[in-house]
Design a protein around this ligand. Sequence first.
Ligand code: ADP
Ligand code: PEP
Ligand code: MN
Length: 535
Amino acid sequence: MEQLGPHKSSYGLDKNGLDNVGKVYWNLSAPALYQEALIRGEASLAAGGPLVALTGQHTGRSANDKFIVKESSSENNIWWGQVNKPIDAEKFTGLHEKMRQYLTGREVFVQDCYAGADPAHRLPVRVITECAWHNLFARNMFIQPAAEELANFEPEFTILQIPSFEANPAVDGTRSEVFVLPNFAEKLVIIGGTSYAGEIKKSVFSILNYLLPEKQTLPMHCSVNVNEEGNSTVFFGLSGTGKTTLSADASKMLIGDDEHGWSDDGVFNFEGGCYAKVIKLSQEAEPEIFETTRRFGTVLENVVVDDATGELDLDDNRYTENTRASYPIDFIPNASDTGIAGNPTNVIMLTADAFGVLPPISKLTPEQAMYHFLSGYTAKLAGTEKGLGSEPQATFSTCFGAPFMPRHPSVYASLLGDKIAKHGVNCWLVNTGWTGGEYGTGHRMPIGYTRALVNAALDGTLAKTDTEKDPFFGLAMPVSCSGVPTEILNPRNTWSDKAAYDAKAQDLVSRFIENFEQFSDYVGPEVLESAPKTA
Ligand SMILES: Nc1ncnc2c1ncn2[C@@H]1O[C@H](COP(=O)(O)OP(=O)(O)O)[C@@H](O)[C@H]1O
Ligand SMILES: C=C(OP(=O)(O)O)C(=O)O
Ligand SMILES: [Mn+2]
């Protein structure tokens, strides 16, 4: 086994059961990984220097192909159901062994890194990949140990990601050729059949979501930034609701864009990089993120590059709507270099309501915050082309991140409830989705309006503004906000057909109620009292 690279670890790959591989590239730098990726034809270079990779068939997460290994150490702690589905330990062992055989004589890339900016909570993770470009993704996304820490680095968890190795569902116990299999007993996640890099980061997230509640630390699918007064804000939200977009803001210090922990000491980023959606990215609305797409070190996924000029075309969705940029967090000009901040003053729950019935901002009582956290509502337009007649798809994903939450939602909700009460946190619901009338005719909330509303919430202005109560969801809607047209603050105003608005709002209320039945035994009467009600 040939060992290459300046930062080999004394904890060799034999300890990962991989004494049979051909070459190991240890902790290569970004330039070295570029070279290896380019030599192998894994990726190409675009103007300004980003590395551009195509993932082929799988351009997003394969949520249905994730199975948690059922074994005695974790079995009773997992919330088994539609989301967390089991796979037998024997099946895992069989597939892992096949994967190991497959790697005989092959090359692998290793990044040893930390997940968790707070040294008290960080997890040493080893990411072993087949491709150099996925290794650079891992290097961008996680926290790099100091050079002297690498020599004696001992991983607590390992991610083994081999996209060209596919499962055979008939014998391996998977659903398809794709598999994402966390094994909490063996402290190992094996990934195969997909090149979507997001699987790597979300696997590490799932591990921390499993481990941290036992340390009284709440893991969160959220972004975090800090304003000029030093107050930190948590932005919860499902994919596409604006965590990354809204946390990158010239007037704030960025802590992180996607995954954080909240301990007794405050909040900390799990990651050391960001993973931004770049489809139709506007230089004007998102200047900081836009800049990252034209520089050395950024990995672009499924972005179209002009053959003749090497220029990016961020508007081209021929491979997917889910085009991505991963970059180290310090590519954002005002990012924190510690990844740590104090206890949040505000919690913002983001939703992208494609029905166009939720207000662009509302103040939540602590009980309503619990209700919305457990509900985890967002909605997408069914087709990528929004047009008349496309009925939106409602999604309820508990804790704003069900696919990544191995434990029962009440575990996370009770930690959040305690922290909101203890620190007197202000909670808000922000709709970054569609407005301006009946769905299909409306448009997405302009980012500038959302930023203005968020800023008015954070600087205390909205707390002093009169509110009106929406009759369907019981939400307190501010009646005015500087920089935002008054008529959009109550979404009913934006519909020409008021009866259609009422019917649609009522329909969404019914969906909330139906979805919440599964949680009604886990919350107190005050939370149920604060729930949306059918008229
Ligand atoms: N009002 C808005 N607020 C936030 N994002 C918006 C808004 N309107 C449109 N967008 C777009 O929605 C997407 C939000 O994605 P992103 O911030 O990556 O979400 P997340 O990080 O929560 O997955 C971006 O493409 C952004 O340009
Ligand atoms: C990376 C992902 O998360 P987000 O869209 O929230 O950035 C994902 O869901 O694959
Ligand atoms: Mn994001």
